[in-house]
Ligand binder design. Structure first.
Ligand code: ASP
Length: 360
């Protein structure tokens, strides 16, 4: 399936050279924002936020305003026709008549891909459930480029809710495309990185190890990426409470880290980093959030300028086959074509919306 418009649903839909170009433009904008102040004048961006957000929504809005464009949208679907039962298809069809670019966040995996199938303008994925968050990854790449001066040869620790954390899924997929990066996954057995991400890392020639404690990993890291335990993605309060507070980065643990290690976090923080760590010069999470505006300016500019048609679905539609993931958009919006890729030895199908695998 094709769309006339250029979208960003998953960074893997683009070559690495394209991400680098966006990140480099983000750095250029950071160094001289005034030069870009009118680049999007006359353009409108719509933010459709079906899930809470501070940074992503506001940084997108700030980005468009700082490019000279205008913004519309909702951040509480209860105040829109979504509350009356409107589908993503209809909402995006309508809003894409009003805007040049649509930024969507949704609690269900594959929702941004679904929006891109019918929107009559560009769509940017601002987080789809526990699946992907490509613009956080662009933010993270810009942070690494500026703060570590490289995107390669890094030992990156990721700690916390690795099963539900869309930011770490997108970041692993991206960083494993650069040479000599190694990953250390720090989580409880229940919250381990999903198998499909680990397979992508291996296929890209990177390596990973899995450990249970921060103490055993922190000394060898160049980057420590902390994440929040994602309460909203747990089946019950009890399951969440069993994981909460397992990992807390404090001053004492920071003493075990290298002098040039940096701490990143997509935010919001709950209690996984104590406030005393904020004063450590290695804590870069607030700076990271600031870089998000510049890289989103670069992204909006690139997508609107290039405006190349996209291939939205590349797999095969299997009628009668359903995705096994209850949190996949195809199980919520039933009109969507159920499209799958063949994976591995051809006995596996991978859902094109949420990447869940199923045996055939
Ligand atoms: N802000 C990030 C996200 O939207 C991380 C988080 O919510 O914990 O995925």
């Amino acid at each position: 399936m094709h769309s006339e418009y250029q979208h960003l649903i998953d960074l893997s839909d683009y070559p690495v050279a394209w991400w680098k170009k966006v990140v480099e433009l983000g750095e250029e904008i950071k160094n001289d924002p005034a030069r870009f102040a009118h680049e999007c004048s006359g353009k409108v961006m719509a933010t459709l936020f079906y899930e809470p957000s501070t940074r992503t929504q506001m940084s997108f809005q700030t980005a468009m305003i700082r490019l000279g464009g205008q913004i519309i949208g909702f951040d509480n679907p209860a105040n829109s026709s979504v509350a009356k039962g409107e589908t993503i298809k209809d909402t995006t069809k309508i809003v894409s008549n009003y805007a040049d670019v649509l930024v969507i966040r949704h609690p269900v995996a594959g929702a941004a891909k679904a929006a891109s199938l019918t929107a009559d303008c560009s769509v940017i994925n601002a987080g789809d459930g526990g699946h992907l968050h490509p613009t956080q990854t662009l933010t993270d790449l810009l942070t690494l480029k500026i703060e570590k001066k490289t995107l390669s040869g890094l030992t990156v620790g990721m700690c916390g809710d690795l099963i539900n954390g869309r930011t770490v899924h997108s970041l692993c997929k991206a960083l494993s495309m650069f040479p000599d990066n190694k990953f250390v996954f720090i989580s409880t057995p229940e919250l381990r990185m999903p198998a499909y991400i680990k397979d992508i890392i291996k296929a890209n020639g990177s390596s990973y190890e899995e450990v249970d404690t921060l103490e055993e990993a922190i000394g060898k890291l160049d980057v420590l990426y902390m994440t929040r335990i994602q309460q909203e993605r747990f089946a019950s309060e009890e399951d969440y409470l069993a994981q909460k507070n397992t990992y807390v980065l404090d001053k004492k643990k920071m003493q075990l880290a290298k002098q040039d290690m940096i701490v990143m976090h997509p935010l919001p923080r709950v209690d996984e980093i104590t406030v005393e760590v904020d004063d450590d010069p290695r804590a870069k999470y607030f700076t990271q959030a600031k870089y998000g505006v510049f890289v989103r300016m670069a992204l909006i500019l690139t997508i609107l300028k290039e405006n190349k048609p996209s291939e939205t679905l590349k797999g095969k539609v299997y009628s009668g086959v359903c995705c096994d993931n209850p949190r996949c958009i195809t199980n919520h919006e039933h009109y969507l074509p159920k499209s799958f890729r063949h994976s591995g030895d051809h006995t596996l199908l991978e859902c094109e919306y949420c990447d869940e695998r199923k045996l055939i």
